[in-house]
Design a protein around this ligand. Structure first.
Ligand code: ZN
Length: 243
């Protein structure tokens, strides 16, 4: 379920899921957490319940966004209101105990953010979100909540060797984010989105990228490789509240 996880003694923690431990069938098998990718809704609900149980939370306290490749950051203070769709956003921050923030990806860069003050965040940085600076926006929002020292973990995403783009697009993005210009395994134009995120975080957070390319790992979802497929998650859980 969680192939990478760090937990604090106060119940807080961050992690990234993989494909295992769920009930979805091919081509979403098995722990698909995305509700917008054609999978059976009851399977997604069960998978999300399993993640919530793993985190020690009721399912409504695990918050998902409606991701739209923006730089919009939402400050979450509790479960989303009953009967309302999740907010359109690509980052969330919170300091409310016993909440988990989830970012869903299948090639985009999932970022989880923590701080000594217990303020946490997640961000969804694909090519467009990176270009719009969604991750620095999330760090700013954490600082507004009192975070002093932000630590970022970038989960697996599609690597530049696998992420071919038109030459014009590479040149356009590189005018703003020079470190993103790259090449594929065969030398054709490519983008290194994670490098762009790391460069944006250079002076505002301690960053670490976990190794691994989604398009090259069968235990992770990759939209570029598979088209119709599931989504895995980056998760940031706040500390336990008073019992
Ligand atoms: Zn790759």
């Amino acid at each position: 379920m969680l192939w990478f996880e760090e937990r604090g003694s106060d119940g807080s923690g961050v992690g990234f899921t993989n494909r295992s431990g769920g009930v979805s069938q091919e081509p979403w098998s098995s722990l698909n957490l995305g509700a917008h990718v054609g999978d059976a809704p009851d399977h997604v609900t069960e998978n999300r319940a399993r993640l919530a149980a793993h985190l020690g939370l009721e399912p409504p306290r695990v918050l998902y966004m409606h991701q739209v490749h923006s730089a919009t950051v939402v400050h979450a203070t509790g479960p989303w209101p009953d009967g309302q769709p999740p907010p359109e956003a690509d980052a969330m921050v919170t300091d409310t105990p016993d909440l988990a923030l989830v970012v869903l990806v299948a090639d985009c860069v999932p970022v989880v953010l923590t701080s000594p003050e217990g303020v946490v965040g997640v961000a969804h940085a694909g090519r467009r979100g990176m270009d719009a600076r969604v991750v620095p926006a999330a760090v700013d929002a954490m600082r507004d909540l009192g975070a002093s020292h932000v630590r970022a973990v970038l989960g697996p995403s599609i690597c530049p060797r696998c992420y071919e783009v038109p030459k014009d697009l590479r040149e356009d993005v590189a005018t703003r984010h020079p470190l993103t210009a790259s090449v594929t395994y065969t030398g054709t134009p490519a983008l290194d989105v994670a490098a762009g995120v790391l460069a944006q975080l250079e002076c505002i957070a301690d960053s670490r990228q976990l190794p691994g390319c989604t398009a090259e790992r069968d235990d992770l979802y990759s939209y570029r490789r598979d088209g119709v497929t599931g989504r895995f998650a980056g998760v940031a859980r706040t500390r336990r509240g008073p019992a």
